[in-house]
Design a protein around this ligand. Structure first.
Ligand code: CP
Ligand code: NVA
Length: 301
């Protein structure tokens, strides 16, 4: 059985399969199709945190693929009153065909998958946001060609879920992730594919992508004032964009906070690309879902 629990440790061939299914899904959108790959299936969306893009893209993707989504806010099921993840999982596994989970602890998604024994997708945890970054790579390659050998500059909180999945992707797809972040928010690991500097200008030099995420991730609201102070210099603005390659792709996973991690003018100037990036979440979710429900090819011999 297949799951998508994190990008860390994913093989390039699997990730490439998802991207090619996403490409097909984007091309085929709106065309009448025979029975979809999720026909007869009900998928639970169990969300402990807020979501616009991930929730809507999965709900639409599941429906357009012939299935039925069932959105369950964790606060409204017994999970929110302390029922264990493993018990919730054992119930769900007997009733629905797959689960898409957004929560805090990575371990909760992994435990759910182990106990539910149904295909399970990580729709964001504190550790990773694999669906987002697969979709972002899809967007980059659609607009600029292969990401192999390219330089992605991440500006902001380099310790949170989005850059952590970018770091895993850098290893899988063979590009460099240059993070600019304050000391307290440096990447969890650096190495051949991931570097860290405190200087945004250094990170963006020669960059093909300029990427940012919110300064205050979900669950970190009590740190908002302190974070805004330390992240002040880590903003995507015109001056920083001018230091990257002339055809740099400015990306943002959204939601955006204008005047914080990105200026209003850069966001509006680059809105076409940034909202194409958001749209691609839908096509990539389809790629992920189709990959998950299709049987792995049997090796011959
Ligand atoms: N980028 C992203 O995951 O957006 P949502 O939080 O709206 O799902
Ligand atoms: N790092 C952000 C991503 C939002 C899509 C968060 O976890 O809130």
């Amino acid at each position: 059985m297949r799951h998508l629990l994190k990008l860390e440790g994913t093989h390039e061939a699997e990730a490439r399969q998802i991207l090619s299914l996403a490409k097909k899904a984007k091309k085929a959108r709106g065309k009448a199709t025979a029975k979809g790959p999720l026909a007869g299936q009900i998928w639970a969306l169990i969300f402990t945190k807020a979501s616009t893009r991930t929730r809507v893209s999965f709900e639409v993707a599941i429906r357009e693929m012939g299935g039925v989504p069932s959105f369950l806010s964790a606060a409204e099921i017994q999970l929110g009153r302390g029922e264990l993840v493993r018990d919730t999982a054992r119930v769900m596994g007997r009733m629905v065909h797959g689960a898409v989970i957004r929560t805090f602890a990575q371990n909760d998604v992994e435990e759910f998958a182990a106990y539910a024994r149904i295909p399970t997708i990580n729709a964001l945890t504190d550790d990773e946001h694999p669906c987002q970054i697969l979709s972002d790579i899809f967007t980059f390659e659609e607009k600029r060609g292969s990401i192999k050998g390219k330089r992605v500059a991440f500006i902001g909180d380099a310790a949170c879920n989005v850059p952590r999945s970018w770091a895993a992707a850098a290893k899988i797809f063979g590009f460099h992730l240059a993070c600019a972040a304050p000391k307290e928010f440096q990447p969890v690991q650096t190495g051949k594919h991931v570097s860290w500097t405190e200087d945004p200008a250094e990170a963006v030099k020669g960059a093909d992508v300029l990427y940012t995420d919110v300064w205050v991730s979900m669950g970190k609201e009590s740190e908002a004032a302190a974070r805004e102070k330390v992240f002040g210099p880590y903003q995507i603005n015109r001056k920083l964009v001018a230091k990257a390659k002339p055809n740099v792709l400015v990306m943002h996973c959204l939601p955006a906070y204008r005047g914080k991690e990105i200026t209003a003018d850069v966001l509006e100037m680059r809105a076409q690309d940034i909202f194409d990036q958001a749209e691609n979440r839908l096509h990539t979710q389809k790629g992920i879902l189709e990959w998950i429900v299709s049987k792995p090819l049997q090796k011959k011999g």
